[in-house]
Write a protein that binds this ligand. Structure first.
Ligand code: SAH
Length: 345
């Protein structure tokens, strides 16, 4: 008989479980606190729980956090954590230290079904969705791996997969990660969900009122150009996408992030930058330009530095906050769009 994993359960579900076992709901809150807040994954170590409750719990449930199969350090200080999941498939997370931040990039699916032409994960196709336990588990495992006193400070849903295509598991994970009392306790403002632009998913996420940041992978400013890079644009074109984003509920001072991968000779001209500025007019936006990260067999190249900077200045001149994101972990295949664990490992 396989025992159910307590990781990935909402604190309220852990309360229900305690009640179902004939204990008070308070016992469920204690379990949530041990797992999510204290990072303790051993029932035996949960010393303030009555022994008979622990024993009853252990009969039907377990606490399983994915162990990294390997940890690959990069020259730039980032680390790729490769996890083997219960069914043998692999996903990775990337830990990226930066000044006083420690950002973790997490995966939401094994593979991805959206086939963006410049993304290596897209080559794999979609294998399956991750469970809340596997998503939250990446954060718990990363925190356990860090030296005492260190902790993941920011979480970005920018690893393998499309978060909004695994909506239920995403929302459960976000609730657990951002629950300040019984969950892992990350401020939603330190969590960013990135999407290819699934309009119904964006609308649904807005209604969940989670207050996390939204990032949109744009990569082109016209339908014609975007369609060629991102087939998803045929289902949700720029007009539909931008309309949904203009309606998206933002907190005061919160902005929508736009990712724009710069591809040499494809979407990197000053005219394209001007169209992008036009498209974003009146929206509280921040643009992250990502110079293309190479992978074997890719048909694209990174533009030369002057073109990258020229593209950025057009946006800056238009009054749009724009940064160039030099990806981390390129040497270990951990940079944006380079994750393909189940094939390469
Ligand atoms: N599916 C979501 C989450 C992945 S985020 C999304 O697309 O937003 C990963 C980011 O890296 C996306 O913006 C993606 O377009 C970008 N990316 C993919 N391949 C890349 C590459 N080879 N070089 C640079 N950025 C890339």
């Amino acid at each position: 008989m396989s025992r159910e994993n307590l990781v990935g359960r909402l604190p309220s579900e852990l309360e229900d479980l305690a009640a179902a076992l004939g204990a008070s709901r308070y016992r469920g809150r204690q379990v949530a606190t041990w797992i999510y807040r204290k990072g303790v994954f051993d029932l035996e170590a949960m010393t303030d729980l009555p022994k008979d409750f622990r024993e009853r719990l252990a009969l039907g449930a377990c606490i399983a956090v994915p162990e990294p199969e390997r940890v690959e350090p990069s020259r730039d200080g980032s680390r790729k954590l490769v996890f083997v999941l219960g069914d043998g498939s692999r996903v990775s997370s990337v830990l990226m230290p930066d000044d006083d931040r420690m950002t973790l990039c997490v995966s939401t699916q094994v593979g991805c079904g959206f086939e963006c032409r410049f993304c290596l994960t897209g080559v794999m196709g979609l294998e399956r969705n991750l469970t809340p336990a596997e998503i939250v588990g990446q954060v718990l495992a990363a925190n356990r791996l860090l030296a005492p006193g260190q902790r993941v400070t920011h979480i970005v849903f920018m690893g393998m997969g499309e978060p909004l295509a695994n909506f239920a598991a995403l929302v459960t994970s976000l609730r657990i990660l951002s629950d300040a009392r019984l969950g892992v306790g990350y401020s939603p403002r330190r969590i960013t969900v990135s999407t290819v632009g699934l309009v119904p998913g964006i609308e649904k996420l807005g209604r969940e009122n989670l207050k996390v940041n939204l990032a949109v992978s744009l990569h082109a400013a016209t339908d014609q150009a975007r369609e060629r890079l991102m087939p998803v644009n045929r289902s949700f074109d720029l007009a539909a996408l931008m309309a949904a984003l203009r309606r998206y509920p933002l907190a005061p001072r919160q902005r929508i992030f736009f990712e724009y991968v710069l591809l040499d000779g494809v979407n990197d001209t000053p005219e394209e930058a001007r169209r992008l500025a036009q498209l974003l007019r009146g929206l509280r936006a921040k643009v992250n330009l990502i110079p293309f990260n190479d992978w074997e067999g890719a048909e694209f190249r990174r533009p030369p530095l002057p073109r990258i900077l020229a593209f950025q200045s057009v946006l800056l001149d238009a009054g749009i906050t724009t940064t160039v994101r030099w990806s981390k972990g390129e040497d270990i295949g951990a940079a944006c769009g380079q994750l393909r664990e189940s094939v390469t490992a």
